[in-house]
Design a protein. Structure first.
Lengths: 330, 326, 514
């Protein structure tokens, strides 16, 4: 039942509606949309557009977390692929640029996956290495400068529009559909959830758990690579210092808000992306309300704590008892 | 291999690295450079001492960078805007930091949550709070600041051992003694070995968890004060990403990221190695600062692999024995 | 120290202890008495209730009924820590000390000698040395405990317990990873402690050792007390009968006549198959439509044989054949590919994926076998799950329920369904009836028979000998990690299996380990 539209999304959808309503109160024009030059404009589109990088990251992150892992390096991987894209943009075709940037993301994912699945390192330890070194590698590529470019193809990727939607949003949507199709139309989803739920038992049932773990880190790297390209295309440049900074944390937060447990098992792609949108809607709302944007972090902290407490094994134990009691009464 | 503790390997890396630097740039081997190294990395040394306790106990504290940032802003505002005497401001912020750490420790223990995510929330909270106080850089002009900044012990060879360096060295030594000589220290190792077993053996695991995170935040607060001495300003964006440098220093210092083994002295060496790489890059002039991160990453990888190897090696005799029995 | 304890004084008295986990009654009105100064062996197969009893005595599990007295005084510890304060200490097979701390710190954790807030390291080491010297151990106490052998770690754990003034010492499989010499040392220490008046509960599956060291034996089976005997007056055969036989009636194989015809086709064969230090090389033929039972005591190599056959463990010698063709079994995936299935003994850790639904658990192995790119559609999954839920009568009959919420018996059926869905040629079942209620028990046995009649080859491990006798065509008896006897047809009865398990020679095999 965890196909593309899961049954457990009610809390997240309600949360999103409430935040949207608050945003509407803060800014009466919040829901206004207008079409200009074949492209939609408005706060809602803004939310989608700005939420794209985290949404892309969360697509990869949710699979990693489903296997009981975590990938701290996605922000650094974004910086690397963004740096590569920006450096190549004005001298190569878009295909080459994309291939190189996504290829870099893939290699980073392979590295992480190798450390976790083959060397058996703890995921948090293994991905910390690339988190530290990755930003240095990105700076190596940009030689410490902010590399700008003017390639219209790549600029279009960040600022153009398809069917009225900003290109990044269309890409994120496409990736969600692609990931969802790959994961749910193949048996990948079931096997990932089984691996995260009980790796030993899955191995004994004939599941290639190592291959699963390797695959999710690779996919996470590719998603981070794509997010890096889009972030670079958006600002028409690559800033190795700041690109994707702290976004790994936002991506983890999005996954956690999306109801996927940090202890692995059941996951939902749609809800993870919804989580990313919830984060972005809050950000935009705070921006529109006139509060300093820095207020974001405080709100995020409160949200993390609230979600954590809801997910806490001890509290959910209590909750489980309550539901069981209710069920027996009914 | 088994007899060689990781901290010795760190020491060897430090000495060999320093020798290499000194061969290439003879000027590096002077008390002036060493003194600067200690001053520049004073706050890192302090916060890494606290992180060592946390990591040995099997946890992690991602909030330290934000706590440093908050401290600098709080201290600057308290002294400059709210008219507090500096000492009172220091006591207030240290009490606040300690309470903050204790709260994180309590949440980790009571709700049985991964420290990584709880301290992540703490990181957001502290950084957000410092933004709320002020988004501007607030210069500190109190006389005590210039006094402290100017104070230094002259070293032979023209070097200066500054006040912040002295504070750092005192804390490192104090931390090392606390870890090695007290019941508290033994319990920190016990927690890192196995929380369940430690509890079975009589360690008050909950109280220890609270104390350990309290210590880490308290030292982050002190590091924040030292940082404000160093920059004579409070800025909410200061010390961004310091938690990563700190964790790297601890791991390079031979502490097992999974807990149970490690030392404050090793961490101190780890801080010096990072500072040394930075110094080398400064001296070279052609190399850029990003090499620090790459070199740190490579060292991190090397030490983690080394420790995995050591752990595997330590486990092997037991496996062999189990086989021999049957 | 040398004053001889009153032999009749009961130190630890357990009366009428009961404990249930859900529908499973793990302990039913069990009594146990430990006298001061005696070494008392607590025996029983896996699932007999030994560890539950220990955990109830030490307060790790709350008990449903019954009382525990120490020196006549009623106690009800709520945790292992509280139990220690009442004088009951437990040393488990995986020593519960901290290998990363020094030996001295392990002995004195949280009660180190202090001066001015500082641990008196020298004093602590001196005391540790003296304490260990009592146990004949002269080691560097400042080295990490993990550097030492398991034997030293055990002795350290015992020394700590004794120094904490434990009067009852429970040793749970202390000899499982010790060599002969280390066992001797440990026994020496146990005798010495018994002389001091400490009562020792010795849990072990090495019967030779039980005969060597214990004064009395208590046997549990299926959560019930079978009996308490003086070791000296209990024959080995009688002991094994207490542990394994449900009743003493000599049942013969219900399938014996069918098993007589040897025309069945060979499904899989294993020739000189084994792994050093795991199971001695064995020959085994599994035929379609035939049940082969694996009998033996705990630790005799039954599960190890099963894992080798399935491919969960790699053999280092011998040849496996499937339908006559040589194959290599390197991983569970290989086993699954060749049409094998394996229901492991530990359902929770090696079997179910608790949070996934019954349907997902059932299709898991089939899906893994088909590969990623050939997913089962939701309709096919529903159909398969629905079919097996009905066929095996899985309750509640809701394929969308997380399997973790089902009872043990139903979880076992889900695992059976998982393998049946792969249409296997060989099914390996390790203790398929362990820890499930009586009704489900009978059903599983009926299922085993039916499956066999459908032409499946089965290899079944069970500690219940009369159960093995009822459904097996052949029985392989294991002892000390080697196959020692194969019984077929009319020869299969509880008596001959018991005789094969109890046959002497076990002691010779034990000497060989030294």
């Amino acid at each position: 039942m965890t196909a593309l539209l899961p049954r457990r999304g009610l809390a997240q959808i309600l949360a999103l509606i409430v935040i949207l309503a608050v945003d509407r109160v803060v800014s009466p024009q919040f829901f206004d949309l207008r079409l200009q030059d074949g492209r939609l404009f408005g706060s809602l589109i803004d939310v989608l557009n700005r939420g794209t990088p985290v949404a892309l990251l969360s697509l990869g992150m949710v699979l990693v977390i489903a296997t009981r892992g975590i990938d701290l390096s996605v922000g650094a991987v974004m910086a690397i692929s963004g740096a590569i894209a920006a450096s190549l943009a004005d001298s190569h075709s878009l295909t080459v640029v994309l291939a190189a940037a996504l290829g870099a993301g893939l290699i980073c994912g392979l590295w992480n996956g190798f450390l976790v699945a083959v060397l058996g390192m703890q995921p948090i330890v293994a991905t910390l290495i690339l988190m530290v070194a990755g930003r240095g590698i990105a700076q190596l590529i940009t030689e410490g400068r902010i590399v700008t470019f003017s390639s219209p193809d790549l600029v279009w990727l960040g600022n153009g529009s398809i069917l009225g939607l900003p290109v990044p949003v269309a890409i994120a949507l496409g990736m969600l559909i692609l990931t969802g199709t790959v994961v749910r139309a193949s048996a990948l989803g079931l096997l990932i959830e089984a691996t995260g739920g009980n790796a030993r038992a899955s191995e004994l049932a004939g599941v290639g758990t190592r291959a699963m773990i390797l695959a999710v880190y690779v996919w996470c790297g590719v998603c981070a690579g794509l997010a890096g390209v889009i972030a670079a295309a958006d600002i028409m440049g690559a800033d190795a210092n700041n690109a994707g900074l702290w976004l790994e944390l936002d991506a983890i937060l999005a996954v956690v808000i999306g109801g996927t447990s940090l202890f692995g098992g059941r996951f939902s792609l749609v809800l993870a992306v919804l989580g990313a949108l919830i984060i972005q809607t809050m950000n935009t709302g705070i921006l529109l309300s006139g509060y300093p944007p820095e207020f974001n972090l405080l709100v995020k902290a409160v949200v993390v704590l609230a979600v954590l407490l809801l997910q806490s094994p001890k509290l959910s134990g209590v909750a489980g008892v309550v539901t069981r009691l209710r069920r027996t009464k009914a | 291999m088994k007899g060689l503790p990781p901290v010795l390997i760190t020491a060897v890396v430090l000495v060999a690295g320093f020798a290499l630097c000194a061969v290439q740039f003879p000027n590096i081997a002077s008390t002036r450079v060493v003194g600067n190294l200690l001053t520049d990395n004073a706050f890192l040394g302090i916060v890494a001492t606290g992180m060592t306790f946390v990591i040995i106990s099997g946890g992690i504290d991602l909030s330290v960078g934000s706590v440093i940032g908050f401290t600098t802003v709080f201290v600057a505002l308290a002294i400059e805007r709210w008219g507090m005497p500096p000492l009172v401001a220091f006591v207030a912020i240290l009490a606040l930091s300690a309470a903050f750490g204790a709260a994180m420790g309590a949440v980790i223990h009571v709700f049985d949550l991964p420290p990584f995510i709880v301290t992540l929330a703490g990181m957001f909270l502290a950084r957000g709070a410092s933004f709320l106080l002020s988004t501007q850089s607030v210069p500190i002009t109190a006389p005590v600041y210039s006094t402290v900044s100017d104070f230094a012990l002259r070293l032979p060879g023209g070097g200066r051992l500054t006040a912040v360096a002295i504070i750092m060295l005192t804390i490192v030594i104090g931390g090392a003694l606390l870890l090695k000589l007290t019941r508290f220290g033994a319990n920190v190792y016990a927690l890192g070995g196995s929380r369940a077993t430690a509890s079975l053996m009589g360690v008050a695991v909950g109280r220890m968890t609270v104390k350990i995170y309290m210590l880490s935040s308290l030292l982050a607060g002190i590091a924040g004060i030292v940082f404000s001495f160093y920059t004579s300003a409070g800025y909410s964006l200061s010390a961004v990403g310091v938690e990563l440098d700190t964790i790297a220093a601890v791991v390079i210092g031979g502490t097992l990221l999974t807990g149970g083994q490690g030392s404050v002295i090793g961490t101190f060496f780890g801080v010096l190695i990072q500072g040394m790489i930075q110094t080398y890059i400064n001296f070279d002039g052609t190399l850029s600062s990003w090499w620090t991160k790459i070199a740190t990453g490579v060292l991190l990888f090397a030490f983690i692999v080394l420790q995995q190897g050591l752990v595997a090696l330590a486990r092997r005799p037991v496996v062999k024995r189990a086989g021999a029995v049957s | 120290m040398e004053n001889s304890p009153d032999p009749a004084a009961s130190l630890l008295e357990v009366r009428g202890i009961s404990k249930s986990f859900g529908a499973v009654r793990a302990l039913q009105e069990v009594d146990f008495t430990l006298r001061a100064g005696e070494i008392h062996a607590l025996l029983g197969e896996n699932g007999a209730g030994k560890s539950t009893l220990i955990k109830v005595i030490t307060g790790v599990f709350p008990r449903d009924a019954g009382i525990v007295r120490i020196s006549g005084e009623e106690v009800a510890p709520r945790s292992a820590k509280a139990a220690l304060q009442t004088g009951i200490a437990t040393v488990y097979q995986e020593v519960n000390l901290l290998p990363n701390l020094s030996v001295a710190q392990n002995l004195f954790l949280d009660r180190q000698p202090m001066r001015f807030g500082i641990v008196r390291e020298g004093e602590m080491r001196r005391r540790a040395k003296t304490l260990l010297a009592d146990f004949g151990l002269d080691i560097d106490v400042s080295a990490p405990l993990g550097n030492y052998s398991v034997a030293v770690q055990h002795v350290t754990a015992i020394a700590r317990a004794v120094d904490l003034s434990a009067r009852v010492l429970i040793l749970d499989e202390p000899t499982a990873s010790l060599d002969r010499h280390e066992v001797e040392i440990l026994f020496g220490i146990m005798r010495q402690l018994a002389k001091r008046g400490i009562g020792i509960v010795f849990v072990s599956h090495f019967l030779d050792q039980v005969y060597e060291i214990s004064d009395r034996i208590t046997v549990l089976r299926n959560g019930r007390l079978v009996g308490e005997r003086e070791t000296a007056s209990l024959s080995r055969l009688e002991l094994i009968r207490m542990m394994l036989g449900r009743e003493l009636a000599e049942t013969t194989s219900a399938r014996a006549s069918a098993g007589a015809q040897k025309t069945r086709e060979v499904c899989a064969s294993f020739e000189n198959y084994g792994k050093a230090g795991y199971v001695a090389p064995f020959n085994l033929e599994l035929r379609h439509g035939e049940v082969v039972g694996l009998a033996g005591l705990l630790g005799s190599g039954r599960t190890e044989t099963a894992r080798l056959v399935f491919g969960a463990e790699r053999a280092d010698c011998g040849q496996a054949r499937v339908e006559g063709t040589p194959v290599r079994l390197q991983s569970p995936r290989d086993g699954v590919r060749h049409g094998f299935g394996y229901c492991a003994e530990e359902r929770k850790t090696d079997g179910i994926v608790a949070e996934l639904t019954v349907r997902e658990n059932i299709v898991l192995a089939l899906q893994a076998k088909r590969g990623l790119h050939r997913p089962l559609s939701r309709r096919e999954q529903d159909e398969i799950a629905g079919r097996y839920v009905k066929m095996l009568d899985i309750r509640p009959p809701d394929p969308e329920r997380p399997v973790g919420l089902l009872s043990g018996g139903n979880q076992q059926k889900v695992l059976l369904a998982r393998w049946l869905a792969t249409t296997p040629r060989l099914l390996v079942l390790d203790e398929p009836t362990r820890g499930i209620d009586v009704g489900a028990h009978a059903e599983i046995i009926r299922l085993i028979r039916e499956l066999c009649d459908d032409g499946l080859a089965l290899l079944v491990i069970s500690s219940e000998l009369d159960e093995i006798v009822t459904y097996s065509d052949r029985v392989v008896v294991l002892r000390d990690r080697a196959h020692v006897e194969e019984l077929a047809g009319e020869d299969i009865d509880v008596g001959s299996i018991l005789a094969a398990i109890a046959a002497d020679g076990a002691s010779i095999a034990h000497e060989g380990r030294a």
